[in-house]
Design a protein around this ligand. Structure first.
Ligand code: CTP
Ligand code: CA
Length: 218
């Protein structure tokens, strides 16, 4: 008998994928979030399952059903995502980090709902850990970068700083490649210096292309 999802070119491989945006609480009813839709990460999870991989998807808040055959864990804050991913990468073959992680969080969320006052409200933010840079191990690491300027310089610097094998950079100054879009225009930068400029395509197609490249490294 065939075990569903365990046949294919990635059978026996364990992939960890993060997706969506984080939410950092301000008070019991408010948060700091971002416009990440989760589409890229969910498309990658679906494609990896199709290829027989065992997939752990660590998802921020997204307006999407869980992909079929994926082991999903929902997280809210960057710290929660960090803790889940730290566990998930143990024994993993690859980590693909598509999540839009908040760089900052309110230092101390208010225990009670903040009442409006007459004047201004100051929110003090502290830095979140860099999850991708912190997670090190014997697995292939793929990062994403959304840049509005100096795409190549910024992407290559992030690849080095976070010790990545591939960084998929997305030029969000292009009108068809914005956050939340169904399409994306990615440029892949590889550790060995190779650059693969991909045309505008659906996030499903981009997932296929990226997993082809990743599979060659596994
Ligand atoms: N990332 C992460 N943890 C963070 C911030 C980012 O793991 N606290 C990951 C993202 O998931 C992405 C990659 O690092 O895969 C690049 O994220 P990006 O926001 O583009 O880069 P930063 O290093 O945060 O730099 P900046 O926002 O200043 O451009
Ligand atoms: Ca950032």
């Amino acid at each position: 008998t065939q075990v569903l999802g365990k046949n294919g070119p990635l059978a026996g491989k364990k992939l960890v994928i993060s997706a969506g945006g984080t939410r950092e609480p301000v008070d019991p009813v408010r948060y700091l979030g971002n416009r990440s839709s989760g589409k890229m990460g969910y498309a990658l999870a679906e494609e990896a399952v199709r290829r027989g991989a065992s997939v752990r998807l660590v998802s921020g808040a997204v307006d999407k059903p869980a992909p079929f055959g994926v082991d999903i864990k929902y997280t809210e804050t960057a710290m929660e995502m960090f803790i889940s991913l730290r566990e998930a990468v143990k024994g993993a073959d690859a980590l693909i980090m598509t999540a839009a992680v908040a760089d900052y969080r309110p230092e101390k969320p208010a225990a009670d709902k903040i009442k409006k006052g007459d004047g201004e409200l100051d929110l003090h933010l502290v830095a979140n850990p860099d999850i991708l840079a912190s997670l090190q191990g014997d697995f292939v690491k793929v990062g994403f970068a959304a840049e509005s300027r100096d795409l190549m310089i910024n992407a290559v610097k992030k690849m080095a700083d976070k010790n990545l094998d591939i960084i998929a950079a997305n030029d969000i100054s292009q009108p068809d490649s914005t956050f939340g879009s169904d399409t994306t225009r990615l440029t892949l930068f590889f550790k060995n210096g190779r650059i693969e400029e991909m045309p505008l395509m659906s996030k499903q197609e981009a997932a296929v292309r990226l997993l082809d490249e990743l599979s060659a490294l596994l």
